[in-house]
Design a binder for this molecule. Structure first.
Ligand code: NDP
Ligand code: 2IT
Length: 444
């Protein structure tokens, strides 16, 4: 059996009941097969793939907190420090009831290659909890965040591990966590990114993932002779990534006609009103049912359905496995040109394959959504030099990172004979740098 197949089999056997982790490992190992086969004997001897698929450390802890009725609640906290070959651990914290060990590991594993692709010195990590911030009071959210940090602080630090936001973790949660870290450790340091602007946050970090997604999408299309201007786009999600993807798409002259949350979706034929969306989601923390009050011409539907709308470009920006094989078929039947992932692993493996086979340009999340963590890297740089750059400076650096990142993965795909396969290109380009650093550092 080939080394790649052997390690995939081991991962499935040794990590039962972690389907998302299996899925992420399969995608990466399948697409670096060509590199592994060229070095099979050496990689096997060094157990390189076994080392790549096993986190350096996984931390799981109890998070007790008191709700507004005086009742004690207990959640589970996680931090997966996956790989530190190229820099301190870096990656977000997800707060969502679906969080479990397998989801944390898939996200941590993806982060290793994503961070490598940014060109910055960041290792890969992920963390979070099965806590649901939805419907909680600010005091309850603070109580949870403080308790979470009471344990997490032991394992993080500006040169050790720097967490950030993800689903359910925005500026409010990062603020509470930063305050508690500072209180315990007694040091004001850049231990988290996505901080408020008054205490070390970076301008453009809020916008970065969505903006970066559009910078990369526009560059990928341009490279293939297509102008993004005038294109119709379907976006899923209505959170941080989705909102700023829609905003930048409109700035670039495209029209986004959909968005969604976990209960329903909106179709607005005149283009999504970003100001209304921000007010509903960022200010009121309300549901998308409210959107119709702002835009009587729009439609609201319960359930899922964004991918049934005809579009040129699809940008899944909600969560993992939200674009399924039937959605891929509907998109292809409607003539879609490109699918670029704003979320982490939103497309299932069979849907990805179907899109690629039908000539759709497909850019995986670890490349397309890397603008968020890249700008977190820029926040770390600003914290280190105790300076704040202007919005324009950060945005220009972000754009440059996304354009360079796209050409690096495009070149890697070409070099190995997979021209236009951006999944293979991203995985190989991300993998090569990490492996190189691991080999140089010995068996550690
Ligand atoms: P938010 O919490 O801000 O928004 C998530 C959005 O997705 C919400 O609209 C949410 O709806 C919707 N959603 C639909 N179904 C689900 C589900 N089953 N689980 C969770 N959310 C669901 O998160 P972000 O926008 O920050 O993250 C979106 C995706 O982008 C995630 O995959 C994340 O890992 C990825 N990402 C985020 C980065 C960042 O910088 N924030 C960077 C790179 C990737 P509802 O409100 O109803 O729950
Ligand atoms: O998935 C991701 O890249 C993030 N949630 C952002 C991580 C970060 O450290 O900014």
């Amino acid at each position: 059996m080939s080394y790649v197949d052997e390690v995939i089999e081991q991962v499935v056997a040794k990590n039962p009941a972690e389907p998302e982790f299996h899925q992420a490992v399969k995608e990466v190992l399948e697409s670096i097969r060509v590199v592994v086969e060229a070095n099979e004997e050496k990689f096997r001897k060094e157990a390189l793939l076994e080392r790549i698929v096993n986190p350096e450390r996984q931390i799981k802890f109890r998070v007790p907190w008191v709700d507004d009725n005086g009742q004690v609640q207990v959640n589970t906290g996680y931090r997966i420090q996956f790989n530190s070959a190229i820099g301190p651990y870096k990656g977000g914290l997800r707060l969502h009831p679906s969080v479990n060990l397998g989801i944390m590991k898939f996200l941590g594993f993806e982060q290793v290659f994503k961070n490598s692709l940014t060109g910055l010195a960041m290792g890969g990590a992920k963390g979070g909890s099965d806590f649901d911030p939805k419907g909680k009071s600010d005091r309850e959210v603070m109580a949870f965040c403080q308790s979470f940090m009471n344990e997490l602080y032991k394992y993080i630090g500006p040169n050790v591990d720097v967490p950030a936001g993800d689903i359910g973790t925005g500026a409010r949660e990062i603020g509470f966590m930063f305050g508690q870290y500072k209180k315990i450790v007694g040091a004001f340091e850049g231990v988290l990114t996505g901080k408020g602007l008054s205490f070390g946050g970076s301008l453009a970090r809020t916008e970065a993932t969505g903006y970066g997604l559009l910078y990369l999408t526009a560059e990928m299309l341009k490279t293939n002779g297509i102008d993004i201007k005038g294109k119709t786009i379907c976006v899923s999600g209505a959170g941080n990534v989705a909102i700023y993807a829609i905003e930048k798409a409109h700035q670039l002259g495209a029209k986004v006609v959909t968005c969604s949350d976990s209960t329903g979706w909106v179709y607005d034929p005149d283009g999504i009103d970003v100001a209304a969306l921000k007010e509903i989601k960022e200010v009121k923390r309300a549901r998308l049912t409210e959107y119709k009050n702002y835009r009587p011409n729009s439609e609201y539907h319960e359930g899922r359905g964004v991918w049934s709308i005809k579009c040129d470009i699809a940008l899944p920006c909600a969560t993992q496995n939200e674009l399924l094989i039937d959605d891929a078929k509907a998109l292809v039947a409607n003539g879609v040109t490109a699918v670029c992932e704003g979320a982490n692993m939103p497309t299932t493996l069979d849907a990805t394959e179907y899109l690629q086979k039908n000539g759709v340009y497909f850019v995986p999340g670890k490349a397309a959504n890397a603008g968020g963590v890249a700008t977190s890297g820029l926040e770390m740089s600003q914290n280190s030099e105790r300076l704040s750059w202007t919005f324009e400076e950060v945005d220009a650096k972000l754009k440059n990172i996304m354009v360079t990142l796209f050409h690096n993965l495009d070149d890697a795909a070409k070099k190995y004979g997979f021209e236009g396969n951006y999944v293979v290109g991203a995985n190989i380009a991300g993998f090569e740098k990490v492996v190189n650093a691991m080999e140089a550092q010995g068996i550690v």
